[in-house]
Design a protein around this ligand. Structure first.
Ligand code: F6R
Length: 600
């Protein structure tokens, strides 16, 4: 959600900025812009729409060696050229990009900017106008920047350039992600190292409420009082080829196909030399010390949490509650005496989850983050982290991160069970190997799912997914996948719940997909299928080998009953993918959505 790129060096800045913004497209955006600075002044280009349009707009003749760029996902003010970043101060001296939400922008406007006519509807513009007003007072840009940042309430990652200074980019952050990348006679600023991996793999983490002064050949970090802070850089461990589509038409398809490798990767990362589970002992101890686990997550990660609850309760005998982060944040339930909070987040940047993390830290409770991005905010701020090892996920619709989350939760549950002395007849590492092969068998049958997507979703306005037990959690994820990328109104229901209301919506031809992988409810879910068929539904049953019946539409290879979500979700992901493709939707960048949801 929103992305920032900045560059100061000797190369062609607009190319670095545009390439960087392209790499941030996956985060979701609706407008974009860049500003470069040279002897002619600031060259500002903005568009509503895609980076491709921005590329066409950018004047190719104006060489510059520093600048800032931005992709915007609208919060304050509609997506438009006026509201797109960079924003400029009234005199045009200062130019700024911002991610996040300024909560006190009305107060700042009233107190400091009553004489300024704003050119946009954004909260961002008040920052750059404030800097100009305070600079008139102090006649010191750094001081004006620092004072302005100190006045801001809310979340922000900002980068500022001054028309009178071709040697400095001013940077600050609070809650929103931002990194400074280090190079040889150049430096970069980026929301995510993926944007500037081509330039450097050395990055400095920036903490909340720090100010960074980025020059061509050095970077200085200070606190808000101007006290210098030293910090060692880290190496971004992303393979540049991981963030390319290669021969795939879409990242989503590539990431669906990567799932067997991810499973094998997880086995390798979580297995010791004796083929036993290898897990951070402090995480194990935290699980042992807690009397109840509170899983906090959003969207797809929440759906993975629902599956994880089953593992932890059934295998390790620890009670678990799963909460939607944005609900928990404002409506905290009664907590147990020794809670352990487990944050599940692909990006590690989800603002709703972070808001819960901040609150439970104030209460003194321990937190574990399970994430694909170990250096992310949720990872840094929690006491413990478990890494998903899924590789960068670029498509907005989460696929391989979901299955990786479930796999890691299974390992965590079994590790806790063993530490508690519970004897289990279930080796997750071995079973995940079987899952990996099953996933491969599924991704090899793409034509089948392409045809099924055509048969069921080519023209439908809505669709229902039903399941019971474990399958109920997967159908919720199946519905989310379909709706977010194909825009078909889709819902996932507990099979038995249909007749309590929703069955009223079933009419001739309504697509209903049932998943049946659980022996104890196989009979009942098939009863539910008959109920909808009797009302004219165009039904389809996806069942587990061994539980299958005549006329089932697809039979899943057999895997351990607990791990069936890892295989049953693959056809659902592919059905959603092909449905979106048939409907000519933008699969990797669905409308209105962002990959990294950094505002509450
Ligand atoms: C859906 C999807 C979202 C995310 C949600 C949480 O495909 O990707 O529902 O799961 O926004 O994001 P993370 O996992 O990054 O916290």
């Amino acid at each position: 959600m929103c992305g920032i790129v900045g560059y100061i060096g000797n190369n062609d800045t607009k190319e670095v900025l545009l390439n960087g913004l392209e790499k941030l497209e996956y985060r979701g955006y609706d407008s974009a812009g860049i500003a470069t600075l040279n002897d002619n002044g600031v060259n500002l280009f903005k568009v509503k729409g895609r980076i491709a349009a921005l590329r066409e707009r950018v004047d190719d003749t104006n060489h510059a060696t520093m600048g800032i760029g931005h992709t915007r996902w609208a919060t304050h003010g509609a997506p438009s050229e006026e509201n797109a970043h960079p924003h400029q101060s009234a005199s045009g001296r200062f130019t700024l990009v911002h991610n996040g939400v300024i909560e006190n922008f009305n107060e700042i406007k009233a107190e400091y900017l009553s004489d300024v006519t704003l050119a946009s509807e954004t909260d961002t513009e008040i920052i750059v106008q404030l800097i100009e007003v305070l600079n008139e007072q102090y006649n010191d840009v750094l001081e004006a920047f620092r004072e302005s940042v100190a006045l801001l309430k809310g979340s922000y990652a900002i980068a500022l350039i001054d028309r009178n200074d071709q040697e400095t980019i001013y940077v600050a952050k609070n809650k929103s992600p931002l990194l400074v990348g280090l190079g040889d006679n150049f430096n970069v600023v980026a929301s995510d190292s993926m944007a500037t991996l081509k330039e450097t793999d050395q990055y400095l983490e920036i903490n909340d409420k720090e100010i960074v002064i980025v020059k061509r050949d050095n970077v200085k970090i200070q606190d808000l009082n101007g006290v210098a802070i030293t910090r060692e850089p880290f190496t971004a461990e992303i393979d540049a080829t991981d963030i390319e589509k290669g021969t795939y038409p879409h990242f989503m398809l590539k990431e669906i196909d990567e799932q067997p490798f991810v499973m094998r990767n997880i086995i390798q990362e979580y297995q010791d030399e004796q083929d036993e589970i290898k897990l951070d002992p402090s995480v194990r101890q935290a699980m042992l010390d807690s009397d109840r686990v509170y899983i906090i997550a959003a969207g797809t990660s929440y759906h993975a949490g629902l599956v994880g609850k089953q593992f932890i309760e059934k295998l390790a005998n620890v009670p678990v509650e799963v909460h939607i982060a944005s609900e928990f944040s404002y409506n905290m339930p009664l907590l147990s005496e020794k809670p352990l909070f487990v944050f599940i987040s692909q990006s590690g940047e989800t603002a709703d989850s972070r808001s819960v993390l901040v609150k439970i830290k104030e209460l003194g409770h321990p937190a574990l983050t399970i994430t694909n991005v170990p250096g992310s905010t949720l990872s840094r701020e929690a006491n413990y982290t478990l890494h998903l090892h899924a590789g960068p996920e670029i498509a907005v619709a989460s696929t391989k991160a979901y299955t990786a989350q479930i796999a890691v939760l299974a390992i965590l549950a079994v590790d806790t069970a063993k530490a508690k002395g519970i004897d289990l007849d279930f080796d997750p590492l071995q079973e995940l190997g079987i899952v990996a092969s099953a996933m491969e068998a599924l991704t090899d049958q793409k034509e089948t799912f392409e045809q099924m997507a055509r048969d069921y979703f080519a023209t439908s306005r809505n669709a229902f997914f039903i399941g019971r037990g474990m399958d109920y959690f997967v159908v919720q994820e199946a519905a989310l996948k379909l709706k977010e990328i194909s825009y078909i109104q889709a819902e996932g229901f507990a099979g038995g719940e249909l007749k309590h209301g929703t069955i009223a919506l079933i009419e001739e031809g309504t697509p209903v997909v049932a998943i049946s992988t659980q022996e104890n409810v196989n009979y009942s879910i098939r009863g539910n299928v008959q109920e909808v068929e009797a009302r004219g539904a165009n039904s389809c049953v996806v069942s587990l080998e061994g539980l299958n019946q005549e006329n089932d539409s697809f039979i899943l290879p057999h895997v351990h009953e607990l791990l069936t979500p890892l295989v049953s979700v693959v056809p659902m992901q592919l059905l959603a993918y092909y449905a979106a493709l048939h409907r000519e939707c933008d699969v990797d960048k669905p409308r209105n959505l962002a990959k990294s949801v950094t505002v509450e």
